[in-house]
Design a protein around this ligand. Structure first.
Ligand SMILES: [Zn+2]
Length: 697
């Protein structure tokens, strides 16, 4: 274990604040029972002050910049802030209360006030740039070189290198973009709140009981107690389109859903989009990039818009071909039923569901008794043992933030302490929705080895009446997904903290997690671990086969609606902003260009595309999901080719090149080191069933 935390100047044995005292718990973990909400603000203030003083010392250092007095010094700075923030954000998301949420408002403001002057600091950037400009002659290790490049890129991209006038303009643009992003979301919400469709007693044909109940609850929420309504939320419209036999109502719901933000009313998003795209283009140009996509993608694994387009087009062609064949199968089904009409976009989900039931004959409920939470945890651990040699032993002596949280000590193949792993699996009101991985401490070895403390937080339903928690296939996949992220943190083996574990690009970070999902659906793993919670009997082979087959169904539709959206996102941000002055005309022209099937619409039409217009995190980055999926499918192919899903040679490369290298290596080089070549999309196409001959209806 490290002594680096206890060496921080602010930690004092005499302090009353547990966040500012050395931790004497097992593995120096946070003493959750002692930490109260009122401890956070004073601890943050101390941490900000410490960090500001550390930065001032680097900036004011009279010595010429060198790697140690600038880059390494930055890596050493802010330890107390990391420590306090890790505990705070764990509680904010996994176990909050009104006091914590109130403090969160204050903390986010103080965080921005603390970080802005650091990331725009011209003197600090000057020291980094001086080193960056002569980096080839500094005799750096490859990890140090990567670290210097990352630091330079981050400061440069935040505008630290601009002159004062340009900095002022950047600040102005950022403020306006923040405003426009918020109004985009508010417009969308406004249109969603304005529209609903009442479904009467005669309109419910085909709808599951659970759906009708939800439609009644939605009506009650809007003051229409006793009625039932469809709203334009995805969770209302999609199941309605899938199951309602009323073609006229499907058409109405579909049209309302796809016209959100595009109705020419006060909530219309077209003008907002035009202004956002103009300002993004200006930002890119201020920073020296030809387009916003070039700016955004420089800091990604894909690196260029051309690389993104290349991937999307390779997936697009077979997905489109398959979708056209599926369309014909659906049209044939309509004819078979005596329908005398052409398949429209509002018919697709309805007939696809009929076809799915006919072909796959699979119901999630049948498999749940075989997927108990404990069995799936055991399966995820066993997979890690077989791949990486790590073992897991539960510890009852480590403090936790809620009694349901479980902790395991992870040891490496030599029996040495490797990490701590906390699993917080059950939904409760104090937890936000979703599932995620985070850390209380990241691996590093800058000043002695620091072992990581990694968390998985999920929202599974707790078992009732003495029954264990039983997972759906999606839940089981989520468990493996988050554990894959967890292993990325636990197996990390880098020197510098800012390169640790999951500190990688957005289009790379889902590789270790999505890859890990593959083991969950392997017959070998399911046969061993998916045993019936009452009888202990293993999953019947016939059910296993239907389970695996059902996963491929409907992939052409999902791929087409996703890839077309990703392509539109890319075009918005590579063509000059003036090209999309008429957003609807732009959309139409681009869809014609790629031959979009008329019976499928974009997953997100522009005026509803919150991923790319509510903020800029996914702007020209919507492709990221598929980029990672190409890699995970292709990476698992290495095991399939070896004929052993736990092949020791492939596992060792996977550990060395992917799971342990964090952000210390360029991701493309890391991938090529693992696979011997760049990722190829064939495995993804096969997994999505897009390379097979279409079946007849
Ligand atoms: Zn993930």
């Amino acid at each position: 274990m490290s002594d680096s935390l206890s060496s921080s100047a602010a930690l004092s044995a005499s302090s009353d604040n547990p966040l500012l005292k050395p931790w004497t718990t097992p593995f120096e973990t946070p003493p959750f029972a002692e930490i109260q909400p009122e401890h956070f603000l004073p601890a943050f203030e101390q941490a900000f002050a410490d960090h500001t003083a550390e930065i001032a010392a680097i900036v004011g250092n009279p010595a010429a910049p060198d790697f140690d007095n600038t880059v390494t010094a930055l890596e050493r700075a802010g330890k107390l802030l990391d420590r306090v923030a890790a505990v705070f954000y764990d509680l904010v998301s996994a176990h909050s209360n009104p006091a914590i949420l109130e403090i969160d408002k204050e903390v986010s403001l103080r965080m921005a006030q603390h970080w802005n002057p650091i990331s725009m600091n011209a003197v600090l950037f000057g020291r980094i740039k001086a080193l960056y400009d002569k980096r080839a002659g500094l005799g750096l290790t490859s990890e140090q070189m990567r670290l210097l490049e990352r630091k330079y890129t981050r400061f440069h991209r935040s505008g630290a290198g601009l002159d004062e006038a340009a900095k002022a303009r950047m600040a102005e643009i950022n403020e306006r973009l923040a405003f426009l992003g918020t109004s985009f979301s508010h417009h969308l919400l406004g249109d969603e709140q304005d529209w609903f469709m009442e479904i009467g007693e005669d309109d419910t044909d085909g709808l599951p009981e659970s759906f009708v109940a939800a439609a009644k609850a939605a009506a009650e929420e809007r003051g229409l107690a006793g009625k039932a309504i469809i709203t334009t939320s995805r969770s209302s419209v999609e199941p309605f389109l899938k199951s309602s036999t009323r073609r006229d109502l499907r058409e109405k719901a579909y049209k309302a859903f796809t016209s959100r933000g595009d109705k020419g009313n006060a909530n219309d998003n077209n003008a907002t989009i035009v202004e956002i795209l103009k300002l993004r283009e200006e930002t890119a140009k201020l920073l020296g990039f030809p387009t916003f996509a070039a700016y955004r993608l420089e800091d990604s694994m894909a690196k260029t818009p051309e690389a993104v387009r290349g991937l999307l087009e390779r997936v697009w062609k077979p997905a489109r071909a398959r979708a056209l064949a599926d369309r014909d199968a659906l049209q044939a089904l309509i004819a078979e039923e005596g329908g005398n009409f052409k398949l429209e976009a509002w018919d697709w989900r309805f007939y696809a569901e009929k076809l799915r039931q006919r072909r796959a004959n699979f119901d999630d409920a049948a498999i749940k008794p075989y997927l108990s939470l404990d069995n799936m945890i055991a399966a995820s651990f066993d997979t890690a043992t077989k791949l990486f040699g790590v073992t897991f032993a539960e510890r009852k002596d480590v403090p936790v933030w809620h009694p349901d949280v479980r902790v395991w000590e992870v040891k490496d193949a030599n029996g040495q302490h490797k990490a701590l792993f906390y699993g917080d699996y059950f939904a409760r009101p104090s937890k936000r929705s979703g599932a995620w991985m985070t850390s209380l401490r990241d691996q590093q070895k800058l000043d002695g080895a620091v072992a990581p403390v990694i968390l998985n937080i999920c929202n599974f339903a707790k078992g009732t009446d003495g029954q264990p928690s039983l997972l759906s296939p999606d839940d089981a996949r989520t468990l493996f997904h988050e554990f894959g992220h967890g292993l990325h943190g636990m197996m990390s083996n880098v020197t510098y903290p800012s390169l640790s574990g999951t500190s990688v690009f957005t289009d790379f970070v889902e590789l270790p997690s999505q890859l890990y999902e593959h083991w969950q659906e392997q017959p070998q793993v399911l046969r061993q671990f998916a045993t019936h919670y009452q009888t202990g009997e293993p999953l019947p082979d016939e059910l296993l086969k239907r389970f695996i087959a059902a996963r491929k169904f409907g992939q052409s539709f999902a791929t087409v609606e996703f890839v077309s959206s990703a392509l539109i996102d890319l075009e918005f941000h590579t063509q000059p902003a003036s090209a999309s002055a008429d957003v609807a005309a732009f959309e139409k022209k681009e869809l014609e260009k790629i031959g979009m099937p008329a019976e499928i619409s974009l997953r997100h039409r522009p005026t509803q595309f919150g991923h790319i217009f509510s903020g800029d995190h996914y702007a020209s980055g919507y492709y990221s999901y598929m980029w990672s999926e190409v890699m995970d499918a292709d990476a698992f192919g290495a095991f399939e080719e070896a004929g052993n899903i736990f092949d020791p040679v492939v596992s060792k490369r996977l550990l060395d090149d992917i799971y342990s290298s964090g952000g210390s290596v360029d991701p493309e080089q890391a991938y090529i080191a693992f696979r011997g070549r760049p990722p190829a999309p064939d495995a993804l196409l096969r997994r999505r069933g897009l390379l097979e001959e279409p079946e007849a209806a």
